[in-house]
Ligand binder design. Structure first.
Ligand code: PGA
Length: 251
C-alpha cells in the first residue's frame, strides 16, 4: 500500500479558459525536474471545453487529462448538452470523474452512475469514482452504510479494477476547510478497502481522499499511509498551490 503510486488529481470544476493551460505547463515543468516524480501521477480534469486542446498539448507528457463527468448513454443520443464517454475518449480524455457529490446532488442516481461507469470503462477511460457522506448522515452515524451502498450499487466484480480509482470525499469537507480526524479517516478508508475487497478480491483499486486538500492540510494527510492520493478542487487552480501540495507531501 504505502509504496504504491500516488495520485494527485486536480478537479477544476467550472474554471478555466484556453490560456489556463499555463497553469498545467508550470506544473509539468516542475514535474519533469522533481526527484520524486516516479512515485506519483498527475491528472487534471478541466471543463469539457478544454479537454481536446489540453489532451493534445499533454499527449506525450506526464500530466493526463480527464473529464469531470459524462452522460449515461453512449455513443450518441438526443439529450441536449450531454457528452458521452465515447465523445470524451475521441477528444483524448484518459480519465473521467463519476459520481462527484455536485452531480449526485443534481440528480445522479446509482442507476445512472452504473451506466456511466459501464460506458466509460467500455470506452477504455479510467474512472475516478467519488463516494462520500453528507453532514447529516455523518451525524446520524450512517457513513459506513452510505459508502457501502454507493460502492455496491454501482461497481461490478467483472470490471478490471486497474481502471478504477475510488475517491472518498466527505461532502461536508468539500470546499469548507473541515477535515476528518485521523481516527475517522483510518476507520473509513479501511472500511472502503473491505468493501472493495468483497467486490474485486485482492486487486483493490487505489483509494484517494478529497475535501479541502491544500498545502497546509496535506501535512496532516501525508502521515496516513492508507491514502493513495488526493482529489484536489480549489487548490488545483493555482500552479503554485498544487506544486506546494506535492512538495509538502514528499518533504
Ligand atoms: P476541494 O474540492 O478541494 O475544493 O474541497 C474537492 C472536490 O470537490 O473534488
Amino acid at each position: 500500500m504505502a509504496n504504491k503510486t500516488k495520485y494527485f488529481i486536480g478537479n477544476w470544476k467550472m474554471f478555466g479558459v484556453p490560456k489556463s493551460i499555463n497553469i498545467l505547463n508550470k506544473i509539468n515543468s516542475f514535474y519533469s525536474r522533481d526527484k520524486n516524480k516516479k512515485k506519483y501521477k498527475i491528472v487534471f480534469t478541466p471543463p469539457f471545453t478544454l479537454i481536446e486542446t489540453f489532451s493534445k498539448q499533454f499527449l506525450n507528457k506526464k500530466i493526463s487529462i480527464g473529464a469531470q463527468n459524462c452522460f449515461e448513454k453512449d455513443p450518441f443520443s438526443s439529450d441536449t448538452a450531454a457528452v458521452s464517454p465515447y465523445m470524451l475518449k475521441k477528444v483524448g480524455a484518459k480519465y473521467v470523474i463519476i459520481g462527484h457529490s455536485d452531480n449526485r446532488s443534481q440528480g445522479d442516481t446509482n442507476t445512472m452512475l452504473k451506466h456511466k461507469v459501464k460506458f466509460a470503462l467500455r470506452n477504455k477511460l479510467k474512472i475516478i469514482f467519488c463516494i462520500g457522506e453528507n453532514n447529516v448522515q455523518k451525524k446520524n452515524k450512517k457513513t459506513l452504510a452510505i459508502l457501502r451502498n454507493q460502492l455496491f450499487k454501482v461497481l461490478e466484480k467483472k470490471y478490471d479494477s486497474r481502471n478504477i480509482i475510488i475517491a472518498y470525499e466527505p461532502i461536508w469537507s468539500i470546499g469548507t476547510g473541515h477535515l476528518p480526524s485521523e481516527k475517522e479517516l483510518v476507520l473509513v478508508i479501511n472500511y472502503i478497502r473491505q468493501v472493495l475487497k468483497k467486490i474485486f478480491g485482492k486487486n483493490i483499486p487505489p483509494i484517494l481522499y478529497g475535501g479541502s486538500v491544500d498545502k497546509i492540510s496535506i501535512n496532516f494527510f501525508k502521515n496516513i499511509g492508507l491514502i493513495d492520493g488526493f482529489l484536489i478542487g480549489g487548490a488545483s487552480k493555482s500552479s503554485k498551490n498544487f506544486i506546494d501540495i506535492i512538495k509538502n507531501f514528499y518533504k
